[in-house]
Design a protein. Structure first.
Lengths: 177, 187
């Protein structure tokens, strides 16, 4: 499994970004979060039980991610059409503020090493990627256990909080130059 | 630059009408000297004046600084950052003063990690040299010893001359003096 300090893999995938007719789909790639913090969270399968509550929680926390200038992406191996159908179908998913990305051929899932040994679906993995594209946090739950989104926000906060002022110069930290 | 000098004069005349005391003359002439005849570039003078004026909560002085910066075609984001530096340095000056009041062993043992976000220091809109200069100016106003020492060092590292740095201190000092003088007239 790809871990801390490694570069988040390159990808270019279709996503469902809205329910608005004619604007449902868009391509999502690393270019969409180049130079920003990003939170990528995977779920195993659309139209199942645990997933919508988690996705809705991430959506509720969207303004917290926004406040920290972190871009949010949800992913599973379903197609972008299935994502759209699920959004239309489920009340909690109607107003999602972030893209539902379709890792349809599971290339990203496999490169990251997060495919379930049971059924090949992506495990509930969450990645925090820094503005240089490096993985700074990864958390993976088995299929049946939902995530604590507050913990993701807390961790992002901690990763972003660093003493950058010159008073720490003496201690050999990197300069602002 | 005559338009800038006119603005400075107008500021003084409006805010200190008919002032003739020696104290007023000392303060106003010192102020004018730094703003009109300094190794600091005009934009440097007024960006620092803006940060200082916000730190001093001096509305008319903020207005003067912004007016001149607009005259100098300074980008709005740069002007905004100059004003907001008083905010981020307000935070850092208070926090690092707290640490500097403690015995060093205690500070190092019990209060190591600041736990304060300061990402704004990492990628300043104004560029690092200017950001450092303004941070120094505000730190001088707020009187944080550690901050003043480390920002002076940082500014000199960015190859800003001692003469320029000295004028930043004079600018902060005269701005403070004039702000208090205004209180003398209005309190």
């Amino acid at each position: 499994m790809l871990g801390i300090g490694e570069k988040f893999p390159e990808f270019k995938l279709q996503a469902c970004v809205s329910r608005e007719k004619g604007k449902e789909f868009a391509e999502v790639s690393n270019a969409n979060f180049k130079g920003s913090w990003a939170v990528m969270f995977f779920w195993p399968l659309d139209f199942t039980f645990v997933c919508p509550t988690e996705i809705a929680e991430f959506n509720k926390a969207h303004k917290d991610f926004n406040a920290r200038e972190a871009k949010l992406f949800g992913l599973s191996a379903d197609s972008h059409f299935t994502h759209l159908a699920w959004r239309e179908n489920h009340a909690d998913l109607k107003d999602l503020q972030f893209p539902m990305v379709a890792d349809y051929n599971k290339s990203l899932t496999h490169t990251l090493g997060i495919a379930s040994k049971d059924n090949g679906a992506p495990l509930r993995a969450t990645y925090i990627v820094d503005p240089d594209g490096i993985i700074r946090w990864v958390s993976v739950n088995d299929l049946s256990v939902g995530r604590n989104v507050k913990e993701v926000v807390r961790t992002l906060d901690a990763l972003q909080t660093d003493e950058l002022c010159p008073c720490n110069w003496e201690k050999g930290q990197k300069t602002l130059g | 630059m005559s338009n800038i000098n006119e603005k400075v004069d107008a500021f003084l005349e409006t805010n200190y009408p008919n002032a003739t005391t020696t104290i007023y003359r000392d303060l106003s002439l010192n102020f004018k000297k730094v703003l009109e005849d300094s190794p600091l570039e005009p934009q440097e003078r007024f960006m620092n004046l803006l940060s200082i004026a916000v730190a001093l909560e001096n509305k008319e002085m903020v207005h003067l600084a912004k007016s001149v910066l607009n005259e100098l075609s300074t980008a709005p984001e740069v002007i905004q950052e100059a004003a907001e530096i008083a905010g981020i340095m307000g935070m850092n000056n208070v926090y690092y003063k707290f640490k500097s009041f403690l015995p060093p062993e205690v500070a190092a043992a019990d209060y190591t990690r600041a736990g304060l976000r300061m990402n704004s220091l990492g990628k300043p809109v104004s560029g690092k040299k200017d950001f450092e200069m303004m941070s120094l100016s505000v730190s001088i106003i707020n009187g944080c010893p550690v901050c003043v020492a480390s920002h002076e060092k940082a500014v000199r590292h960015h190859e800003v001359s001692a003469d320029k740095v000295h004028d930043l201190a004079r600018l902060a000092a005269t701005a403070k003096g004039l702000t208090s003088l205004k209180k003398a007239m209005t309190l």
